[in-house]
Write a protein that binds this ligand. Structure first.
Ligand code: PRP
Ligand code: URA
Length: 212
């Protein structure tokens, strides 16, 4: 498994804004969207491309085209905050939502539902090679691992894309899914006793979508 962490200063500035506890929900959503654009640009490097001649107004020249239709798989709720940015650069991608939530005591995810088509297999979806799982937080890695397991039935290349990761989550994915790639905007130090990432940015879902 390989893990790529964004190194651009712009990514660091946006991540700092997300971490700040005084960043309000509107600013948090906007900033997460902007940082997801940087992640999406990096993610496009994992796609297949092909070349075909096109005509400019002056002459024929080789053009570059996307070679596969990726599927975007946001893990609800927080992953949906990354979706718009990915659709910006991959407008023809499919979207399969997965809904799960982390148990507050065991920290293991509980699966609630998904829009992954029942018939999803390579024969039914011959064009789909690449799946991007979107979730801002890779903490214990339980949610990511379950989503990857579900996606493996129908997608050959899986890339997990998140904002922040913890060493515990990376270690778990390396053990359970060594064939998967990871792209993050930042790697943090550790988890606290509630399995929150430190220094982290708090509860991504609550900061994106306040409920009270
Ligand atoms: C958060 C986050 C991840 C998960 C990460 O979701 O968005 O899905 O926790 O933790 P893990 O790596 O230990 O599994 P949560 O279950 O809190 O739901 P939410 O997105 O609705 O807030
Ligand atoms: N989920 C979050 O939203 N934040 C964390 O730090 C860990 C899991």
């Amino acid at each position: 498994m390989s893990t790529h962490v964004l190194s651009e200063n712009l990514a660091k500035v946006l991540l700092t804004r997300l971490r700040e506890k005084n960043t309000n929900s509107q600013k948090f959503r906007e900033t997460l969207d902007q940082l997801s654009l940087l992640l999406a640009i990096k993610a496009t490097e994992y796609l297949e491309y092909y070349e075909l001649d096109i005509e400019t107004p002056l002459e024929v020249t080789p053009g570059t085209f996307f070679g596969d239709t990726p599927v975007l798989v946001p893990i609800m709720r927080a992953g949906s905050g990354m979706l718009r940015a990915f659709q910006t650069f991959m407008p023809n991608s499919l979207v399969w939502h997965i809904s799960m939530s982390r148990n507050e005591k065991t920290f293991e995810p509980t699966f609630k539902g998904s829009t992954i088509p029942e018939m999803a297999d390579e024969a039914a979806f011959p064009l789909i090679h690449t799946g991007f799982i979107l979730d801002p937080m890779l903490a214990t890695g339980g949610s990511a691992s379950l989503a990857i397991q579900m996606l493996k039935a129908c997608v050959t290349k899986i890339i997990f894309v998140g904002i922040l990761g913890a060493p515990e989550g990376i270690t778990r994915l390396e053990r359970e899914h060594p064939d998967v790639e990871v792209i993050l905007a930042g790697m943090d130090r550790e988890l606290n006793k509630h399995a929150y990432i430190l220094p982290g940015l708090g509860d991504a879902g609550d900061r994106l979508f306040p409920t009270r």
